[in-house]
Design a protein around this ligand. Sequence first.
Ligand code: FES
Ligand SMILES: [Fe+2]
Length: 337
Amino acid sequence: MLTDYWYIACPSAGLLRRPLAAQVLSHKLVLFRTEDGTPAALEDRCAHRGMPLAGGRVSEGTVQCPYHGWCYDKSGKAVHVPAVPGGRSCLPDASVPAFRCVEQDGYVWVCVGSEPVHERPLSFAHLGEPGWTSFRMYNRFEAPVESCLENFLDCPHATFVHRHWFRTPTEREVRCTVRALDDGAVAEYFDEPREKSAVWALLAPSRAEMQHTDRYIAPSTTRVDYRFAEDKHYIITSSCTPVNERLTDVYTVITFRYKFWGRLVRLFFEPLSRRIIAQDVETLRQQHLNIDRHENRPFRIIEQDVLLPHIRRWRTSLANGRQPETKTDPYDVRIVI
Ligand code: FES
Ligand SMILES: [Fe+2]
């Protein structure tokens, strides 16, 4: 379990005056805002009788249990017990576990481990910068985090799952170069076909030069980047939160620059993106239902599953407390799309 990393627990806008239940890496959490508005995360289990604190309320920057009213501060210490007379000095010595929690890029992030490897969560590229438009999507996948990461960086599935929406099969051979990076791996694609699909009709109507990279950032982020001549640029970043071994919450931020027409493009781009990710949600649901029916037989991995071996290598190494070897030479893979 990669516990020492930041994961999104909820969007900032979802955490207002009431406590909120969240789940990260099987930890049941209660999130709430302290008096200065900063978020806090505690285990969602009252130290008194085990009641979920998320069903309570926020009182003077503490979270109050709905059963007997015990209040906990951001460190998880019980700071008010209504039934006990005599003020603070007479309080029982009780607390619930507290987790590190920060707010960044419009999300509340938590680390359920002891010490986060990175001081801050990874930023979403160009989010909020002048000239850039963005929108966000949230999807719950009934699949483990690795399957989501693989799917988001998998080119060949697009001609099947997203046929005509994203890619239409051309049976053309495409080259991609794969490089190991200090924080993951990247695949750069060359000479990709772009005809006859809704996405390309909208994003790249001309035959403009295109640079496309798919990047895996360990442990649980993917970034797909399309850059065209005339200053057009699209970045799709998906930050995956493992809810438990079978569920993943995926927070996708799409940032793009499209000259003066960013807002207009968004009108079409957003519903199109939602439609495409819904197809992936359904595909992964079916995939894992079927894997369960067949008792977890191993996958076959081929060279054209370009970044999948990197994702697995990184996640296995980090889970064993090691950084994987990244001093490998770039290599080419040929794929028919
Ligand atoms: S169970 Fe929470 S105050 Fe009693
Ligand atoms: Fe997909």
